[in-house]
Write a protein that binds this ligand. Structure first.
Ligand SMILES: Cc1cc2nc3c(=O)[nH]c(=O)nc-3n(C[C@H](O)[C@H](O)[C@H](O)COP(=O)(O)OP(=O)(O)OC[C@H]3O[C@@H](n4cnc5c(N)ncnc54)[C@H](O)[C@@H]3O)c2cc1C
Length: 313
């Protein structure tokens, strides 16, 4: 039987497709400084993202910025998104914040035409290289797993080294993918996985997802290239700390990553203990699907949204 977590995830993923809800949320979610979406999204403009990133860096955290957007439907939209990313590099480059961004391949046209998507990615990586940015390719839902890894390996073979990839522990295939990425020397971010996936494709219960997370984390810490352990789960973080200590892996050979607005207490505590913590800072007008995934992970967040809306009246 599906657990409550899976049911609520499915519910929020279904709602994420609602244009009505999207219009409603877009109107109210970012309206003022304390509107509900601001808990998870730094803002709609690059200036707001830069301000949020600076504030985090002043507290000893690193950042990766995500200019939100996914699933464009035409080559023209993919081109617009690519140009926008290239423009964002220019705006971020002089801002005194980390040169590190995250993006999604469906934003660059993966569902429209793979070759165009690869071309767009190359345009972005060339610009990133010139400005010394690192580009993390986020992992999307399972129809895109193989093709995302394929595109990543293609650009890797073409000599691009300023890019990294993400693996999801809810996918059984990720253990062998991790070994393959280690063999390449590619930088991997390990996450549990944010999408609603069918049985047969992904583990459905937390115990299995967590156990796989620990196994892959160990593989990456032992043989990987500066892995990122991306989770808010204290048990996963503790397992990584213990394993690294036992194996004599110093805290400068890996980093923890967390999402903007989530477990800020834990972000601060790890930094105080001398660990590297990078915060994923999403910004832009297309924040609705990202926001709905955050609600689906923790339905208690809905209470927070309702309280904020009532407060604003
Ligand atoms: C930096 C970063 C990048 C990511 N990139 C990707 C990606 O490319 N592809 C992908 O599929 N997924 C990505 N994710 C999301 C990830 O897959 C999980 O969905 C998400 O991190 C929640 O899982 P968890 O590891 O925190 O553990 P969980 O077991 O889900 O949560 C552990 C604890 O964390 C806290 N918590 C978790 N989520 C929330 C929330 N939304 N609101 C409030 N508290 C919460 C709660 O206290 C919870 O008890 C990313 C996550 C991070 C941190």
């Amino acid at each position: 039987m599906l657990g409550l977590g899976a049911v609520s995830k499915a519910f929020f993923h279904a709602l994420a497709g609602s244009q009505f809800l999207k219009r409603l949320a877009s109107r109210y979610g970012m309206r003022s400084g304390d509107s509900f979406a601001r808990r998870f999204i730094a803002g709609e403009t690059v200036e707001e993202a830069i301000a949020a990133a600076r504030a985090l860096q002043q507290r000893g955290l690193s950042v990766t910025l995500d200019y939100l957007g996914e699933s464009v439907r035409t080559i023209a939209e993919a081109d617009t998104a690519t140009r926008a990313y290239i423009r964002v590099f220019g705006q971020l480059a002089g801002a005194g914040i980390d040169h590190n961004i995250s993006l999604k391949l469906t934003q660059l046209g993966l569902t429209v035409d793979r070759a165009t998507c690869v071309d767009n990615l190359r345009r972005i990586l060339d610009e990133a290289d010139a400005r010394q940015f690192f580009v993390r390719i986020d992992m999307e839902d399972s129809p895109f797993t193989a093709v995302t890894l394929d595109v990543f390996e293609t650009i890797w073979q073409q000599g691009y080294r300023n890019a990294g990839i993400v693996l999801q522990s809810y996918l059984p295939r990720s253990e062998s993918d991790a070994a393959r990425m280690n063999a390449l020397g590619a930088r991997v971010r390990l996450v549990k996985g944010a999408y609603q996936e069918p049985r047969g494709v992904a583990y459905q219960n937390k115990t299995e997802v967590d156990a796989a997370f620990v196994r892959i984390m160990q593989v990456l810490l032992m043989g990987g290239n500066y892995p990122a352990i991306a989770t808010h789960d204290p048990a996963m973080i503790e397992a990584a700390r213990i394993f690294a200590r036992e194996k004599g892996i110093s805290p400068d050979r890996y980093e923890f990553q967390m999402l903007y607005g989530i477990r800020r207490d834990l972000q601060a505590a790890l930094t105080r203990d001398g660990f590297r913590v990078r915060v994923y800072v999403p910004f832009g007008r297309e924040w609705f699907p990202y926001f709905m995934r955050r609600l689906g992970e923790r339905p208690a967040n809905v209470g927070f949204v309702i309280r904020s809306v009532l407060r604003e009246g």
